[in-house]
Design a protein around this ligand. Structure first.
Ligand code: UD1
Length: 340
C-alpha cells in the first residue's frame, strides 16, 4: 500500500490530515520530534480511525534520521511537511531558532527524498507570504511583500528553496499550500489544537476565555479601516484544510508545473468581533472580552481568492465558520473534562 510521510503528524493540522489520509485509503508514516506536541493527538487519531500509524521521533533537520525512515519504508511515495514552528512573536525573539528549524528541515527533507527517490512534496505554507496584499481577495499571483516576522520569512524562503529545487531535480513535484486562518477541531471531539502555554492565536484564546481559563480576550485594535474596525481574516475549518492535502496528493501528478502554490481559505472575510459574536450565537456562551491596542505586525485584512484551488485541486470548503467554532468549543470542553 502507498505510504505518505507526514512530518509534524502529532501537531494540529498534521493530525487532522492523518484522519483524512486514512479515510482515503492512504497509509501515513509519522515523523515528529514532539518538541511542540505530544502523543495526545496521535492517540486521538487512533481512536477515530482504529488504525495504528508507524511513528518515528525524528527531528526533520536530521537528514540521516530521515534517510533511515525512508529506508525502512520503501513504499513511501510522497511527503507532507507540517513540522515547523509557527509563533510569530517567538520568531521575533528567537529568529535563529526559526531559520534553523523551519528552513533546515525543508533542505534536509529534500536531500533525504532525493536519495530515497521520492518525488512528491506537499508543503505547509501560509498567507503570511503575502504580507498586507494590495488587492484582496488575494490570489496566488500576488507578490511576496517584505515579511513582517522571521516566521513569515521562513515560509517565503522555504517556497523559494522549493521553486529552485524543482529546477535542479527533474522528477520533483511540489505543491505549496498557503493556509489562511485554520480553526476548529475534529467533530468527534477527539483531536484539536493543543496550544503550549498562553495561546497567541485567536480561537484557542477565545475558547479558553469562554471556559474561564483566561480572564478575558483582548481584541487587538478596533481602529482599522474595516467595517467594524477590527481585523478581517479568512477562517477555515481545519478538517476542510486537511482534506485539501488529500486532494493535492491526488492531483499532483497531473499538474503542468512542477511547483504550484494554492490558497486554502473560504474566500469570505470575517472580522475578529464577528467571530466572537458568531461563537456566542452558536454556543450560547458569552466571551468576556475587551478592546485593546493593535498587536504589532498584524495585517489589517487578508482573505483568499480560492478559485485556483477550486479549479485545479477540485476542492472547496464544505464546513462553515460556525461549525468550526462549535467544534473548537467541544474540544475545549473535552480538554477541561480530561484535566478534572
Ligand atoms: C498569523 C499569520 C498566519 C500564521 C499564524 C501563525 C498573517 C496574516 N497570518 O495569523 O499566516 O500561520 O499567524 O500563528 O500574518 N487576535 C486578537 N486577540 C488575540 C489573538 C488574536 O484580537 O488574543 C486577532 C489578531 O489581531 C488578528 C486575528 O485575531 O487580527 C487573528 O490572529 P491569529 O489567530 O493570531 O492569526 P493571524 O495573526 O491572522
Amino acid at each position: 500500500m502507498e505510504q505518505i510521510l507526514v512530518t509534524g503528524g502529532a501537531g494540529y493540522i498534521g493530525a487532522h490530515t492523518l484522519v483524512e489520509l486514512l479515510s482515503s485509503g492512504l497509509a501515513p508514516v509519522v515523523v515528529d520530534n514532539l518538541s511542540r506536541s505530544s502523543h495526545r493527538l496521535l492517540d486521538g487519531v487512533k481512536k477515530i480511525t482504529g488504525k495504528d500509524i508507524p511513528f518515528y521521533p525524528v527531528d526533520c533537520t536530521d537528514e540521516s534520521g530521515l534517510k533511515d525512515v525512508f529506508s525502512r519504508h520503501p513504499q513511501i511515495t510522497g511527503v507532507m511537511h507540517f513540522a515547523a514552528f509557527k509563533s510569530v512573536n517567538e520568531s521575533v525573539e528567537q529568529p535563529l531558532l526559526y531559520y534553523r528549524n523551519n528552513v533546515d528541515s525543508v533542505i534536509s527533507l529534500l536531500e533525504a527524498m532525493h536519495s530515497a527517490g521520492v518525488h512528491r512534496f506537499i508543503f505547509s505554507s501560509s498567507c503570511t507570504v503575502y504580507g498586507q496584499p494590495e488587492v484582496i481577495p488575494v490570489d496566488e499571483q500576488a507578490p511576496f511583500l517584505k515579511p513582517e516576522s522571521p516566521y513569515g520569512a521562513t515560509k517565503q524562503m522555504s517556497e523559494r528553496i522549493l521553486e529552485d529545487a524543482v529546477k535542479a531535480f527533474p522528477r520533483l513535484k511540489v505543491v505549496s499550500l498557503r493556509y489562511f486562518n485554520p480553526i476548529g477541531a475534529h467533530p468527534s471531539g477527539l483531536i484539536g489544537e493543543l496550544p503550549l502555554g498562553t495561546p497567541s492565536n485567536l480561537v484557542p484564546y477565545l475558547t479558553q476565555a469562554a471556559i474561564g481559563k483566561r480572564k478575558k480576550l483582548t481584541v487587538f485594535g478596533s481602529d482599522y479601516q474595516t467595517p467594524d474596525g477590527t481585523c478581517l481574516r479568512d477562517f477555515i475549518h481545519v478538517v476542510d484544510l486537511a482534506k485539501a492535502h488529500v486532494s493535492s496528493l491526488k492531483k499532483i501528478d497531473e499538474l503542468p508545473n512542477r511547483f504550484e502554490a494554492f490558497n486554502l481559505g473560504t474566500g469570505k472575510p470575517c472580522s475578529v468581533l464577528e467571530l466572537i459574536r458568531l461563537f456566542e450565537k452558536e454556543t450560547g456562551v458569552p466571551v468576556p472580552h475587551e478592546i485593546g491596542p493593535r498587536r504589532p505586525g498584524d495585517v489589517e485584512k487578508v482573505y483568499a481568492d480560492p478559485s485556483k484551488s477550486h479549479r485545479v485541486l477540485d476542492w472547496r470548503t464544505e464546513l462553515t465558520v460556525a461549525e468550526a467554532l462549535r467544534d473548537a468549543w467541544n474540544w475545549e470542553k473535552e480538554m477541561a473534562h480530561e484535566t478534572h
